[in-house]
Design a protein around this ligand. Structure first.
Ligand SMILES: [Zn+2]
Length: 88
């Protein structure tokens, strides 16, 4: 997966939840030899906890955008972003 290390995986579950995972994070955790099919089969939906039953699975090229990284999964990060905007 090293050739797509700067990309994200967009995974849409059958329950409608869409998760965004940084490929670089997967490589850090599992190594660069990790196959994308393995990721698809073992990914677990954060909302319904279902494993490997996904409606859509695609690779998104996001470059070096840190904002895209922040938008990846939890609402906590979004809350922090809104908080900083209010301070301004
Ligand atoms: Zn789900």
């Amino acid at each position: 997966m090293r050739h797509i290390a700067s990309s994200h995986l967009s995974i849409t579950c059958i329950c409608g939840h869409t998760g965004l995972v940084a490929v670089s994070d997967l490589i850090t955790k599992h190594g660069a030899d990790l196959h994308i099919d393995t990721v698809e089969l073992n990914a677990v939906c954060r909302r319904c906890k279902t494993k490997g039953t996904f409606e859509r699975f695609q690779i998104i090229f996001v470059g070096q955008s840190h904002l895209a990284m922040k938008g990846s999964d939890t609402n906590k990060e979004n809350d922090q972003l809104e908080g900083s905007l209010e301070q301004n």
